[in-house]
Design a protein. Structure first.
Length: 437
């Protein structure tokens, strides 16, 4: 690391990492996942969710080993760079950037839609852009303040999900899970995969704050492990308590017959009137779940882009640390500009697909890097070793590869666009990288 690149300030503890890990992901419990029910029904989406949960459990603990052994801000980029070489490192870093940069615009639009319910005079897009500016500024101001804020709103979002489950589970009926359980046949399982991934997308962002973590070799394990276990419980609790009220169609379609990305209010509307104070409380506090993920992924994206610039795989100014706040301000501002441009396009679902494709690429390369690291550096100090090695990373690798193939089959044009972005970036990297050294 050069002196010009700067150092990030260490100030995060295990509780803050738990808040970040859960916060990155928790918006996936509040919106988006229910659209997978339209593709696969209760059974198809349920099977996809079980396999994706297995993928994330094996991936997360495998990734934790990497994060503890190589605690650097670039995450998958740094792991691949160490054992697979510059080319693989570029693709890992580029995929990670695509995931983290394109997930926030989709969430920002949902934030704007929630605010618009209370302030209909304010355009959704304007609210979303204002949120981008506000939370980028918060992240620039300091990682400790950003993480403390993330912890508070994440706790509120978790409490809200538990409250929702407490209200709906007394009305659970197992027969509702069997209604039209597989509407599109077995192929619906594969079509549901991206929406099952949305339950957990972004958890790996914990690794990107490794350089800002106190005693990272121990703290990352506690924060990462507790976060993924919390999310698994919340995922299945939310799924069962939502669908069990009145069947999957009740949390996909509004009364007018249109699809909705607000499954929890739809489920609750079958229990209480939409003018009930509990209904309004759910909608109000549910906003915190969206903000937690939006703010958290902005934080992780800044570190990912920062490391890409610091290693000179991207313009070097992206790898500069703000002298006053000791945060990657340039990277955060650049990501904000790209995110706002994506917002303006209005292609929310397409943006989500691009983000998921980036995530799956990251998972595949990371697991290859872990397997290679064991061969190349068997004596490397590993404060945490993934259980059931090599079965765990191999399971994660195979399931991620199957998921990527399914995404390609059901999203051909977007996959071609994604691969085109990677190829263009790689060509520019090969042309300019040596010149930057």
């Amino acid at each position: 690391m050069t002196k010009a690149s700067g150092q990030l300030k260490r100030s995060l503890n295990a509780t803050m990492l738990w808040g970040l890990g859960v916060g990155y992901v928790i918006s996936g419990m509040y919106f988006g996942w229910n659209l997978g029910l339209e593709k696969g029904g209760t059974l198809g989406m349920g099977i996809a969710t079980v396999f994706i949960t297995l993928m994330y459990l094996t991936f997360t603990f495998s990734y934790t080993e990497l994060a503890c052994a190589i605690p650097k801000a670039g995450g998958a980029f740094d792991y691949a760079d160490r054992v697979l070489g510059k080319d693989w490192a570029f693709f890992a870093g580029m995929a990670q950037n695509i995931e983290f940069i394109f997930a926030p615009p989709a969430i920002a639009f949902a934030v704007g839609a929630y605010f618009n319910l209370f302030f209909p005079q304010l355009p959704i897009l304007s609210i979303a852009i204002a949120a981008y500016i506000l939370f980028t500024a918060l992240n620039i101001s300091g990682v400790k303040a950003a993480a403390a804020f993330e912890l508070i709103i994440t706790i509120m979002a978790v409490v809200e999900l538990l409250l929702f489950s407490g209200m709906t589970l007394p009305h659970f009926n197992a027969a509702n899970l069997q209604k039209n359980a597989l509407p599109n046949g077995w192929q619906g399982i594969f079509a549901s995969i991206p929406f099952a991934i949305w339950f957990f997308l972004g958890i790996e962002g914990v690794a990107n704050v490794a350089e800002e973590t106190l005693n990272p070799q121990r703290t990352i394990l506690k924060g990462f492990g507790s976060a993924i276990l919390t999310l698994v419980v919340l995922c299945f609790l939310t799924f069962i308590s939502s669908v069990g009220v009145a069947g999957w169609e009740a949390v996909v379609y509004t009364k007018a017959g249109a699809t909705s990305d607000s499954p929890l209010p739809l489920a609750l509307s079958h229990i209480v009137q939409d003018n009930h104070f509990l209904y309004h409380m759910l909608v109000t506090i549910g906003l915190f779940g969206l903000i937690a993920s939006f703010h958290g992924i902005i934080l992780a994206a800044g570190r990912s882009t920062f490391e890409f610039g610091r290693a000179r795989f991207a313009p070097q100014w992206l790898g500069k640390v703000n002298k006053r706040f000791q945060t990657p301000a340039h990277a955060l501002l650049a990501n904000m500009v790209i995110g706002i441009i994506a917002l303006v396009t209005g292609k929310t679902s397409e943006i989500i697909i691009l983000s998921v494709l980036g995530a799956l690429t990251l998972y595949i390369i990371s697991m290859i890097a872990l397997l290679r690291l064991h061969q190349k550096e068997p004596a490397l100090e590993r404060p945490f070793k993934v259980p059931l090695y090599p079965a765990s990373p191999l399971i994660a690798l195979v399931l991620a590869a199957i998921s990527f193939i399914a995404m390609m089959i059901y999203n051909v044009n977007l996959t071609l666009l994604y691969l085109g972005i990677l190829l263009l970036g790689y060509i520019l990297f090969r042309i300019f990288y040596k010149r930057a050294l």
